[in-house]
Write a protein that binds this ligand. Structure first.
Ligand SMILES: *[C@@H]1O[C@H](CO)[C@@H](O)[C@H](O)[C@H]1NC(C)=O
Ligand SMILES: *[C@@H]1O[C@H](CO)[C@@H](O)[C@H](O)[C@H]1NC(C)=O
Ligand SMILES: *[C@@H]1O[C@H](CO)[C@@H](O)[C@H](O)[C@H]1NC(C)=O
Ligand SMILES: *[C@@H]1O[C@H](CO)[C@@H](O)[C@H](O)[C@H]1NC(C)=O
Ligand SMILES: *[C@@H]1O[C@H](CO)[C@@H](O)[C@H](O)[C@H]1NC(C)=O
Ligand SMILES: *[C@@H]1O[C@H](CO)[C@@H](O)[C@H](O)[C@H]1NC(C)=O
Length: 705
């Protein structure tokens, strides 16, 4: 049967696939995927029944393990992640051992295998290094209508509550589906979901709320700091290109349909009455808008579970005028199609791909800051705090991401917006980077050659560099000129060494590959020449007792910028406060770290547990890439048949790695990734400001500026 699956991939005969041999049920029996076909809302059990109906196919299992095992040779951090230093001692994963275990273990379904693979990578607690299969991940989002928040009362005691805005946001987002939950409430609360908004949560499933928060923090992965992973349990806000968004948090929204219900013991305050109630609410799974419809298990699999045009890499030298179109419908959970444009330059990325940040639930109008100022555009929004708030005027930049559909727009938006704040008299600045998952590092110098038109990063194509923002705020000084970024290393695995040798020998005449020496610089910021075999000799290091090979130190390739920065600083960095929920990653981390460690900016985490150390950012990286990028390198230099080369994915899979890892500022001989990023302040959230950005900014300004 397996030649047939392979046919789907290698001969491009996807449209003719029956795939019926994959399915454990025959069409005369109950087909759990047919049972949920065309339904927007289903129970998590029903979604799981469909997912779990596909047996493990040994060739597919071996394929995924092989792709991951061989691609991880390009991931800088494998050996560092065997045991991270304090304060990240809880990070200790041996991903190759996990893959070996998975290889020899039996699973009752392909979905069970999938869960183990996802968890094996999550144990590295590195949002850049992940495994997803869009067949399962984020096909549904599984919700409860009661997002939670951690509130601090007048005397400083912290308690978990249902978000005060829970009912409004859920009614606005779920419409009629809310009736399902209204009807599920116990007798005297039936139809009165509204009464639960703001209630204190005394226990969840019979456990202390923070026992459940901690259990979620242990398995959710993605951000290195335990405190940040706790914070991700709770509801929060963010800014995308399309507008202000509301995130339900890990408790009330999940990218896999694994939980059926939650039972909460609540203390409900209504006017001056206090009531206690035990409430069990079912989770409900909502189908992602982008999913390809199915009618039965076999076309569910064929339409959603197999590799697409953008899953694997391409040989960029296969022919003239190669055009690779990404298959947008399958990428939808992660991509705003408006952002998918032709990629014209190499814009190196450092960003998270996080399905939980792709829900785009609108922030309620009453929670949304009003009157954005000139210069506001997409992910960057500017505000002035009211004059009465602080003695000196305070400007605010909400920066939801370092990625945008137009680099030029964002670059000029940041400059215009900040200049405008200054013209209006702002002397101090709040930069809110809540849930900012990064973006591009800078603009590199190299142009795509005009006859190679490719979109092989179907995520965001154009983005702003964090270094630009650092440079325009802090002005020209020794920390921003000639370079404002971190030096980096790549891993020099044997196959990476071969790729570079091939390119140094002329295998990339159009200078379009990632490993091309022309894109990189020596540690002293002089560029490599085109024939520099720059992984030779590899630098030997022993990390956690294991020998590993890396590149020489690479300089920072960002400057000069494409737009002239002003000659003067726009703000005194010591009067800059950077606030977030800790979930500031990748390029956002690089920005925050430079501002905090080099310029003395204040960092604030909002709403963290008071007895848990709070880090203001995480997942620093240096540059992140996906499997398809590495595969493109391998194919384009003719190494695909090498024994160390990963095969193509058969499935609709995504695998990300950290390709370059930044060296530290305080300890330049070790990666910045696991160095301390303790926030200056853990700012408590009270009921009157939670998830209201403008109110939070005012409180932060009053207290800290
Ligand atoms: C699944 O549905 C497709 C399209 O309706 C149909 O052609 C195919 O025969 C069905 N397969 C099975 C196994 O029922
Ligand atoms: C699924 O829903 C779409 C749109 O609502 C409809 O056009 C289509 O006929 C439905 N298919 C089935 C098999 O019910
Ligand atoms: C991963 O690759 C290494 C090195 O090639 C090999 O020794 C090991 O068996 C592979 N592990 C799995 C699970 O395939
Ligand atoms: C949650 O984890 C933190 C940090 O490890 C710990 O201090 C706290 O006691 C834990 N809380 C519960 C309820 O387990
Ligand atoms: C809620 O459940 C707990 C544990 O089962 C029980 O002790 C408590 O009395 C219940 N509270 C209400 C208001 O029913
Ligand atoms: C400033 O005050 C006005 C009027 O009270 C209010 O509408 C506006 O939202 C406030 N602006 C900010 C940024 O808080």
């Amino acid at each position: 049967m397996n030649w047939r699956i392979l046919c789907l991939i290698y001969l491009g005969c996807l449209g003719t696939a029956q795939g019926s041999t994959l399915v454990s049920v025959d069409s005369t029996q109950h087909d759990p995927c047919a049972a949920i076909a065309n339904k927007t809302w289903v129970s998590p059990q029903a979604a799981r029944a469909c997912f779990s109906s596909f047996p493990v196919v040994s060739e597919i299992k071996a394929n995924i393990v092989d792709v991951l095992n061989k691609t991880l040779a390009f991931h800088t951090s494998v050996n560092y992640q065997r045991q991270a230093p304090p304060p990240f001692e809880d990070i200790h994963g041996d991903v190759h051992a996990d893959l070996a275990r998975i290889s020899s273990q039996d699973y009752s379904s392909d979905f069970d295998l999938h869960l183990d693979l996802v968890q094996a990578l999550k144990r590295l607690v590195d949002g850049h290094c992940f495994y997803m299969n869009l067949c399962y991940d984020a096909l549904y989002t599984t919700y409860l209508p009661i997002p939670l928040v951690l509130l601090t009362d007048e005397v400083g005691t912290q308690r978990v509550h249902i978000a005060p805005e829970a009912f409004k946001v859920s009614s606005a987002e779920f419409g009629e589906e809310l009736d399902f939950w209204q009807d599920a409430l116990p007798e005297d609360l039936k139809g009165k979901l509204e009464l639960l908004a703001g209630a204190e949560v005394l226990s969840i499933n019979g456990e202390a709320p923070f026992a459940v928060v901690n259990a979620s923090a242990v398995q959710t992965g993605r951000m290195q700091a335990f405190g940040t992973r706790q914070n991700m349990f709770f509801a929060s806000y963010g800014r995308t290109e399309a507008g202000w968004v509301y995130y339900f948090g890990d408790f009330a929204s999940q990218t896999l349909p694994l939980k059926d219900s939650a039972t909460l013991a609540l203390q409900i305050q209504h006017d001056s009455d206090v009531a206690f109630a035990n409430v069990t609410l079912p989770y409900r799974s909502r189908l992602s808008a982008s999913v390809e419809p199915w009618t039965n298990a076999s076309n569910f699999w064929a339409n959603n579970c197999l590799a697409t045009g953008s899953t694997n890499g391409v040989n960029l030298y296969a022919g003239p005028n190669i055009i690779v179109e990404s298959d947008e419908r399958h990428q939808h959970p992660f991509v705003d199609p408006a952002l998918v444009r032709m990629r014209q330059r190499k814009h190196h990325r450092n960003e998270l791909i996080d399905a939980s940040l792709a829900q785009n639930i609108e922030l309620l109008p009453e929670l949304t800051p009003s009157l954005p100022l000139d210069g506001s555009s997409g992910v960057s929004q500017f505000y002035m705090l009211n004059a009465s708030v602080t003695d000196a005027l305070t400007g605010v930049l909400m920066l939801g991401s370092f990625s945008a559909s137009s680099y030029d727009d964002l670059q000029s938006s940041l400059l215009t917006g900040l200049q405008n704040l200054k013209a209006k008299g702002a002397e101090q600045l709040i930069v809110d980077v809540t849930n900012n998952g990064g973006g591009y590092i800078c603009i590199a110098h190299v142009s795509w050659s005009s006859n190679v038109r490719i979109r092989y990063f179907p995520h965001y194509n154009i983005a702003i560099g964090h270094q630009w923002l650092h440079r325009i705020i802090a002005g020209p000084k020794d920390t921003t000129i000639p370079q404002a970024g971190l030096q980096t290393q790549t891993r020099a695995s044997p196959l990476a060494q071969l790729i570079v040798s091939k390119i140094a020998g002329g295998a990339d005449p159009k200078n379009i590959l990632l490993y091309n020496p022309l894109a990189w610089e020596y540690a002293n910021n002089t560029p490599f020449s085109g024939d520099e075999d720059w992984l030779q000799p590899p630098v030997k290091k022993t990390i956690n007792g294991v020998e590993d090979l890396f590149s020489q130190r690479l300089g920072d390739e960002c400057q000069p910028f494409e737009m002239d920065p002003p000659g003067e600083p726009l703000f005194d960095p010591k009067k800059v406060v950077i606030i977030s929920n800790g979930r500031c990653a990748s390029s956002c981390s690089l920005f925050s770290i430079s501002m905090a460690k080099r310029e003395g900016a204040t960092t604030v985490v909002v709403g963290g547990k008071d007895d848990v150390p709070q880090q203001y950012c995480g997942v620093v990286g240096g540059q992140s890439v996906r499997f398809a990028t590495i595969d493109t390198e391998i194919k384009s230099v003719g190494l695909k048949t090498h024994t160390l080369a990963p095969p193509d994915f058969i499935t609709n899979s995504l695998h990300g790695i950290t390709w370059r890892l930044g060296f530290g500022i305080d300890n330049p001989s070790e990666p910045e990734e696991w160095q301390d990023h303790s926030a200056s302040v853990n700012f408590p959230l009270k009921a009157d400001i939670v998830n209201k950005p403008a109110a939070i900014w005012e409180q932060v300004a009053k207290t800290l500026l």
